[in-house]
Design a protein around this ligand. Structure first.
Ligand code: ZN
Length: 83
């Protein structure tokens, strides 16, 4: 008696594994920096946009914007004064 039932079980298992891997590697909403096209490592809620609406940006690229350069955060300015 010939059976080929084995083949039927493989595909669902593989799809579940792919879903599990994707969930680990890309938790939440994955955002790509519009400048360098790398993951911003931020989710939609705390994505970085300039006042002009340019973004999302990763932290590195945001640090290179005029907006960041001209608006030094207070805690950074204080740290400069203490040194
Ligand atoms: Zn970037």
């Amino acid at each position: 008696m010939l059976t080929d039932d084995d083949g039927g079980m493989m595909k669902p298992l593989l799809q579940i594994e792919h879903a599990a891997i994707n969930a680990i590697e890309y938790p939440g909403t994955r955002q790509i920096c519009v400048v360098c096209e790398q993951p911003t490592e931020r989710c939609e809620e705390d994505a970085i946009y300039t006042d002009a609406g340019h973004g999302p940006l990763c932290l590195d690229c945001y640090h290179k914007t005029d907006e960041y350069m001209t608006e030094m955060p207070e805690y950074l300015a204080r740290a400069h004064n203490e040194t």
